[in-house]
Design a protein around this ligand. Structure first.
Ligand code: HAM
Length: 413
């Protein structure tokens, strides 16, 4: 048997129902904040991610699905959504539309990762991007929208970690300090960290290797090096979150694994599951990097493969119940039942009927197994008398009703 590739997942109908529920809730909430959906290509020119996400990041160095197409172009399956959305924003002249621009997406992503719990090679992200304002109010709006989402999904055990990684100016000063701290022990760091020492020392703080984590324990914190503007911005974000009673913890180790971030960065973590469910931050330089005008922006994305299991732990979602199963016997009854089912479905009722030519007994068994609420039995006599028996499958109670759509609908109410 051919198996699915490592790091991919089948979402079977029972789970799909939960995905749909979560997606609906997210869509509703984002809509109430004025976010509109955007869909961008599953593949882009490799250069977009090299420039946008950053040459020294794990995503670009190790995880991209990159190939040459038949025209000799280097193409990459999107490893994340922000770069593509920003490219679309620039390419379609969206900066001339009312600003700030609020966009959301629900898209599959591809990263050649070490597969483990909650970490796939094909995964789905729902994300939100807010472009066109550098106000701290936008940071607060984005973070509070994310926090409300968890509330709406009844997911309580989630913690918000916050940090500011400053702007390129204050980060320069910090990186020099960090280098001074790292240099004496550089040979003890993992090979990846060593290779990033010159170009991107900050990314080391994100390294999951035990030895690097230990070495970084007393590293200087970026928050001690913020310039006045970045400091004020961060103070304003924190103060307003406190006013809004959104609980957070400062974690100066959060640097995020993608290069485009500036100032506020945040992660919503499930400590129970041991992973980050939703993560994001400000990316004030990305639009310009991709070829647009200088446009500040902020956003986040959440992994559905991580969110849905958490949702499932905290909520009970029952499978859809068949409202009416029409058991029927004989050719005429079959045609009649088919027409009746179509009429009822058009009235938005979940109706099933036999489509396998099975015996009445087997049809009842199937209806029972599928937990149908009612069964209506139709044969030649019922059609002639314009009346049929409606059985309540939970109580076993039977009732003779008129055989027409209105009376059936009335009984099903
Ligand atoms: P990210 O931290 O790389 O950020 O991913 C965001 C979320 O996607 C993670 O917190 C996690 O829930 C999920 N995720 C990431 N990789 C995997 C994986 N291999 N398997 C399953 N889930 C995964 C970004 O992608 C940014 N584009 C977020 C953003 C939007 N920042 C600003 N705007």
């Amino acid at each position: 048997m051919i198996q699915r590739p490592k790091g991919t997942k089948d979402i079977l109908p029972e789970d799909s129902l939960k995905w749909q529920y979560v997606e609906e809730k997210v869509k509703e909430l984002f809509g109430n904040y004025g976010f509109e959906e955007i869909r961008v290509p599953v593949f882009e020119h490799t250069e977009l991610f090299q420039r946008g996400v950053g040459e020294t990041t794990d995503v670009v160095q190790k995880e991209m699905y990159t190939f040459e197409d038949k025209g000799g172009r280097s193409i990459t399956l999107r490893p994340e959504g922000t770069a593509g959305v920003v490219r679309a924003y620039v390419e379609n002249g969206m900066s001339s539309m009312p600003s700030p621009m609020k966009l959301w997406y629900n898209m599959s992503m591809y990263r050649y990762e070490n597969v483990q719990k909650g970490r796939y090679r094909e995964f789905n992200q729902i994300g939100a991007e807010l472009l066109g304002t550098d106000s701290y109010l936008a940071d607060v709006e984005i973070i509070s929208m994310a926090s409300q989402l968890f509330e709406k999904l009844n997911i309580k055990s989630i913690k918000l970690y916050l940090n500011s990684i400053g702007c390129p100016e204050c980060r320069k000063v910090y990186q020099e300090e960090l280098k001074k701290y790292i240099a004496p022990n550089l040979d003890k760091y993992c090979d990846t960290c060593k290779s990033r020492f010159e170009k991107n020392p900050m990314i080391k703080l994100d390294c999951k290797e035990k030895v690097c984590k230990e070495l970084n324990e007393n590293a200087p914190a970026i928050t001690d090096f913020l310039c006045d503007d970045c400091k004020n911005h961060f103070e304003n974000v924190k103060n307003m979150l406190t006013e809004l009673e959104i609980k957070y913890e400062i974690d100066t180790r959060i640097v995020r694994g993608l290069d485009y971030y500036t100032r506020t960065v945040f992660e919503f973590v499930s400590e129970e599951e041991g992973y980050t469910v939703l993560a994001g931050g400000r990316y004030d330089g990305l639009v310009k990097e991709v070829g647009g005008a200088d446009t500040p922006a902020i956003g986040f994305a959440m992994g559905m493969e991580r969110l849905v299991p958490l949702f499932e732990k905290n909520n009970e979602i029952n499978p859809r119940q068949i409202k009416l199963y029409i058991t029927n016997i004989g050719e005429i009854a079959n045609i009649y039942a088919t027409k009746l089912a179509t009429e009822l479905r058009n009235k938005n009722v979940y109706v099933e009927k036999d489509i396998s030519g099975r015996s009445l007994n087997t049809q009842f068994k199937y209806a029972n197994k599928k937990n149908a609420k009612y069964c209506l039995t139709i044969g030649d006599t019922e059609i002639e008398n314009r009346a049929a028996k409606l059985k309540n499958m939970a109580t076993g109670e039977e009732k003779e009703i008129e055989l027409n759509v209105d009376s059936i609908l009335n009984e099903l109410k």
